[in-house]
Every structure is written in structure tokens, then in C-alpha cells.
Design a protein around this ligand. Structure first.
Ligand code: HEM
Length: 502
């Protein structure tokens, strides 16, 4: 009798088990099934995990190159149940981001940022969904950055002043070989801190050092398989303590920004706008309509932190690439020196007005950005509506990866895509030209908001440094590596240099 009961309950459990298994497989199948006949091709999608096992998330460009050879410029992936389409090559990326700008203007929702305060009413700018709040915040950020030219000190003066501080710090290294990373990060971060919070830190400042370390570690926390998995299976983020453990530095960084904002609010005087944060507070004070347009307390922290994140690491990494290329190609460095001596001389600080008379230096800076390829995979987009691209159908809500590496190194556009060759940006008369495929800042509605500022920083910092120093590989040290390592941005491997005063 007991045996019969046990058998029947065992039977029930097995039936339930079989039912649940079949049900789950069916749901998974339905979720992964593509009903569209012209959807881009891609690797086979496995149950539950999709194509995730086939992608090397530590070096996605390597996997993408392989898929591109097999499936063409537009191929699809599947992160568990999330549809992803990767766009490659200048023609494809331009057609999507410029010709069909609005179709590709949305961003995917990224649950891994929820624990930092990102939510439906506070999305900052970078990862904000395409809509009213994003439009208002982007417009506000652009105008406010532009208007800083109207304050006591123009933006250019601030950048130039900081370049001077950087030169002094480098001078005090004397004859010693040193890694320029920390000093360059300090200087670039100071420019953006100055604009957003009216703060500039001394290079040795302990708080500043901490902020920069948090920055760097925050980027590392976003790389690899796990963050991708958490974005597509957000239920895992409910495991108590998990997000805090995995994204510890990001949380600490946001706490740091919150403190800066809080200190600011305490000293705010509506009659006098000191910086970006003050301008935002003024907007918030306008009441309910402003609040609905995204000007709320959480967004104050998130938008200013977005500017800091987006504006520091990218620009300082570019400058580190510039110094590295000067070490590796002394003959190019000496041509830059000659042009600076001819146009600016050794004493007066460089200004943006000099740029037009310095085609070679300008070409070198552009080639640094092309070769350095700082944001290789761009920032993910999402289709805002059903759309078509080169005969393929891409449904609304598909995550779009713009493979900027494939644009900046597009073999159909660049003469020597894998080499450092400033002549890419010079015509036969030695005049500066800018090929259309130069898209390190991406393009279209979501193109980099800080492009103008970044260009100014790169020109002023680079020419000021080159005016004052010759950079050389320290004696007895091997030639630094020219390849990069990926952690959302492409950075040079650590290297040392010696700055010889000119
Ligand atoms: C060399 C320096 C820089 C590079 C290479 C760079 C590159 C990029 C790229 C590739 C994107 C993604 C565009 C897209 O989604 O299609 C982006 C977005 C963005 N960048 Fe930059 N950036 C740089 C400097 C800056 C600076 C200095 C700031 C701030 C002042 C900044 C603020 C932003 C913001 C806010 C976005 C998001 C725009 C949006 O979603 O509407 N960037 N940047």
C-alpha cells in the first residue's frame, strides 16, 4: 500500500517535472524564434543562453570580426532572449545613425544601473531612452557647456590653464622615467570637474586620487560575461548583496558625486551661476514642468556624473595614446615640433585659433583618435521603431551595437587602416582633410555630446605638451606595446616615458 502511494506520488512529481520542462523549452523556443523573413543572419542561437557562449566579451571586436567575415556587415546575436544586431563598416553605420537617425536613436534599458539610482524618471543622458526628458537634458547640457565661454573665464582659458598645470607637474618629474597615466587623468578630470562642480583638485590630493581609482575600476566592472548576463536576466540582480558586490566601485563613485552635489546645494545662490550644477539647480527651481522634463534631484547627480564619466576617461586615454605614438614615431614627433615652432613659437600658449594654421599637428591628433579607437563598440543603441537596413528587417526594440572599430579601420576607406599614418588626414598639398569615415564620436542624434570640448582639450593639451617637451623612451626600456586592452574603452598598455624639456 505504502509502495503504491509512493509510486503514485512519484508519478505525479515526474509528470509535473516533464510538464515544466516541456513548458520551459517551449517558452524559450517562442522567445528565441524569429518570425521575420529578412532578419539579419547570425550564429546559431542555443536554448536559454542564445549566442552568448560564442562571444568573447573581454575582446568583442575579435568575435565580431569573425562573424562579419561569415555573415556580412549586418549580423545578429542573441543575449539570452534579447535580440542584438551588430552594424559594421562605414557605409552601414552611417546609413543607420545618420540617414535613419530616429529609427536607431533609442537606448536599451540596462537594469545593472538600477542600484545606482537610474530608473524610469531618472536616466541621466547617456543611457536615457529616446524621448522628451533625454531631448531636454541633452539640449540643456549642450547649451550650458557652450555658454561656459561667457563666464569669467572662457572654456578655452580653463583648458589652457590646466594644460599649464600639467606641464609643471611633468617638469617636476625631472629626468626620471614615469608613467603619464595619473598626471594626464588628473588634468583631464580637472577640466570636467571644473565645468560641472566648479572644483579643481591638486594633483596629489588624496580625494582626487580616490576618485580616479574608482573611475577606472568602475569601467572594469562593466566588462566581461557577467554584466551582460545580468542585463538580460535582471532577476539575478535581486540576489541580496549581488549588485553591491559586483559593482562596488560604481556605487562608491556615485556616493562620491552625491556628496559633491550636496555640498554644492548648500552654497547655492540663484543669482550667480558658478557651474553646470548651479545651472541645473536653477532649472530644477522652475517647478513641475521642469521636473517632468527630467530636471529632478536624482538626475542632477546622474547627469553630472555622466559628464564626468563620459568626458574624463575618453579624453585622457586619447591623450595617453598621443604620447605613446610620439614615443613610437619620433620622426612624426619632430614634424609636430617644427610646426609648433613655426606657427606658435616656444613662449606664448597655443590657442584654438592656431589650429587652422597647423594641418600636420591636426592630422596627427585625428590619426591618434582613429588608431587609438577609444570607444570601439560605441554605446549600445536600440531601434525606436521597426526599420529596414540594406534590405534587412530590424524590429523595434532590437539592441544595436555600432562597431566603430570597423569604421575607423574600414579597409575600403583608409589607405593604411592598421598603421599610424597621419597622411590619412592630409591632401597632396599638405592641407588638412577629414574623411567622412572619421567617426570616433559616432554620429546622428546620439552622437557624442562633448565632441567640441574634447576636440578643444585634445588640441590645447597636445600642442602645449609638445611645445614644452620632447618625449622619449627611457634608456634601457623596451619599445612600448602598440596594441590596446579593452575595458569599454581601448587603452594603451602601461608605459613609461621621459619628458625632456625643449
Ligand atoms: C575623445 C573624447 C571622446 C570620445 C572619443 C567620445 C566618444 C563618444 C561616443 C562614441 C559616444 C556614443 C555615441 C552613440 O551612442 O552613438 C559618446 C556619447 C556621449 N559622450 Fe562622448 N566622447 C568623448 C568625450 C566626451 C566629453 C568630453 C563629454 C562631456 C563633456 C562627453 C559626453 C558624452 C555624452 C553625454 C554622451 C551620450 C550622448 C547621448 O546619449 O545623447 N564625451 N561619446
Amino acid at each position: 500500500m505504502t509502495l503504491l502511494l509512493w509510486l503514485s506520488s512519484w508519478n505525479n512529481i515526474s509528470v509535473l517535472g516533464i510538464f515544466l520542462t516541456v513548458f520551459t523549452i517551449l517558452v524559450d523556443f517562442m522567445k528565441r524564434r524569429k518570425n521575420w523573413s529578412r532578419y539579419p543572419p547570425g550564429p546559431v542561437s542555443l536554448p536559454f543562453v542564445g549566442t552568448m557562449p560564442f562571444v568573447n566579451y573581454n575582446n568583442p571586436h575579435l568575435s565580431f570580426e569573425k562573424f562579419r567575415k561569415k555573415f556580412g556587415n549586418i549580423f545578429s546575436l542573441q543575449n539570452c532572449w534579447t535580440n542584438v544586431v551588430v552594424l559594421n563598416g562605414y557605409k552601414t553605420v552611417k546609413e543607420a545613425l545618420v540617414n535613419k537617425s530616429e529609427d536607431f536613436a533609442d537606448r536599451p534599458y540596462l537594469p545593472i544601473y538600477e542600484h545606482l539610482g537610474y530608473g524610469h524618471k531618472s536616466e541621466g543622458v547617456i543611457i536615457a531612452r529616446y524621448g522628451r526628458a533625454w531631448k531636454e537634458l541633452r539640449k540643456f547640457s549642450l547649451t550650458t557647456l557652450r555658454n561656459f565661454g561667457m563666464g569669467k573665464k572662457s572654456l578655452e582659458e580653463r583648458v589652457s590653464e590646466e594644460a599649464g598645470f600639467l606641464c609643471s607637474a611633468i617638469s617636476s618629474e625631472g629626468d626620471r622615467p614615469f608613467n603619464p597615466r595619473i598626471l594626464v587623468n588628473n588634468a583631464i578630470c580637472n577640466v570636467i570637474c571644473n565645468i560641472t562642480y566648479g572644483e579643481r583638485f591638486d594633483y596629489g590630493d588624496e580625494t582626487f586620487k580616490k576618485l580616479l581609482t574608482l573611475f577606472e575600476n568602475s569601467l572594469h566592472e562593466e566588462v566581461g560575461f557577467l554584466p551582460q548576463l545580468l542585463n538580460v536576466v535582471p532577476i539575478l540582480l535581486r540576489i541580496p548583496g549581488l549588485p553591491q558586490k559586483i559593482f562596488r566601485c560604481q556605487k562608491e563613485y556615485i556616493n562620491f558625486v552625491e556628496k559633491l552635489v550636496y555640498m554644492h546645494k548648500k552654497t547655492w545662490n540663484p543669482a550667480y551661476t558658478r557651474d553646470f550644477t548651479d545651472a541645473f539647480l536653477k532649472e530644477m527651481a522652475k517647478g513641475k514642468e521642469a521636473e517632468e522634463n527630467g530636471f529632478n534631484k536624482s538626475n542632477l547627480t546622474l547627469v553630472t556624473s555622466d559628464l564626468l564619466v563620459a568626458g574624463s576617461e575618453t579624453t585622457s586615454t586619447t591623450l595617453r595614446w598621443a604620447l605613446l605614438f610620439m614615443l613610437l614615431y619620433p620622426e612624426i614627433q619632430s614634424k609636430v615640433h617644427k610646426e609648433i615652432d613655426k606657427v606658435i613659437g616656444r613662449n606664448r600658449p597655443p590657442t584654438m585659433a592656431d589650429q587652422v594654421n597647423m594641418p600636420y599637428t591636426n592630422a596627427v591628433i585625428h590619426e591618434v583618435q582613429r588608431c587609438g579607437d577609444i570607444v570601439p563598440m560605441g554605446v549600445p543603441h536600440m531601434t525606436y521603431r521597426d526599420t529596414e537596413l540594406q534590405g534587412f528587417f530590424i524590429p523595434k526594440g532590437t539592441t544595436i551595437i555600432t562597431n566603430l572599430t570597423s569604421v575607423l579601420k574600414d579597409e575600403t576607406v583608409w589607405k593604411k587602416p592598421k598603421e599610424f599614418y597621419p597622411e590619412h588626414f592630409l591632401n597632396e598639398n599638405g592641407q588638412f582633410v577629414r574623411p567622412e569615415a572619421f567617426l570616433p564620436f559616432s554620429a546622428g542624434r546620439r552622437a557624442c555630446l562633448g565632441e567640441q570640448l574634447a576636440k578643444m582639450e585634445l588640441f590645447i593639451f597636445f600642442t602645449t605638451l609638445m611645445q614644452k617637451f620632447t618625449f622619449v623612451i627611457p634608456e634601457g626600456q623596451p619599445r612600448p606595446r602598440e596594441d590596446s586592452y579593452f575595458a569599454f574603452t581601448n587603452s594603451p598598455h602601461p608605459y613609461q616615458l621621459r619628458a625632456v624639456p625643449r
